[in-house]
Design a protein around this ligand. Structure first.
Ligand code: ZN
Length: 178
């Protein structure tokens, strides 16, 4: 399978408002192939989420695969789904700050406040309508990825810009792995 080329911060594709996916397209061979390639591309890059604008497609499609990664070895529960035409319909009042990175800018990390709980309505990869509530890290991933569909990047949401650091500093100071 082919790794799709990814758009990087600064690319105008990441700032566009993505179009809704016509529901009748979801089951088409072409769309299903795209979903598969996005999952493959994301996992190869050790990511937990990838939005279509990150592969230069301005459509409301995200893939999420929450499983242990190099940086978060204890992630659970596992979740693997395509998320199509998503909408956050409810969220908690409280927010929590945590580290984020993005496959469109692997070199930096920053602390971002996100709602601790979100309820999301979306269509899955089979075209079935879903409504689910996610919390903590899962909620963060959905907020980060859904932001991509309106051209919003996590750096736009960093409140304390002094938290921004390079991956090398992050590994040294926060993870303690180097
Ligand atoms: Zn991202």
């Amino acid at each position: 399978m082919r790794v799709l080329p990814r758009t990087q911060f600064g690319n105008p594709a990441l700032r566009k408002k993505a179009k809704r996916v016509p529901l009748k397209e979801i089951k088409s061979k072409k769309f299903q192939e795209l979903v598969k390639q996005m999952f493959y591309t994301m996992r190869r890059a050790d990511g937990v989420g990838l939005a279509a604008p990150q592969i230069d497609k301005s459509i409301q499609l995200v893939v999420v695969c929450i499983a242990p990664t190099k940086y978060r070895p204890n992630l659970k529960p596992p979740l693997k789904t395509a998320v199509i035409n998503p909408k956050i319909v409810k969220h908690s009042k409280e927010t929590v700050d945590d580290w984020e990175g993005c496959l469109s800018c692997m070199a930096i990390r920053g602390r971002v406040p996100r709602y601790t709980n979100v309820t999301v309505e979306y269509y899955d990869g089979l075209g079935e309508k879903q409504r689910a509530t996610f919390k903590d890290f899962h909620a963060r991933v959905f907020q980060h990825e859904i932001d991509h569909l309106s051209g919003v990047l996590y750096i736009d949401r960093v409140k304390d810009t002094t938290s921004i650091m390079t991956l090398q500093e992050f590994e040294k100071r926060i993870l303690g792995t180097i």
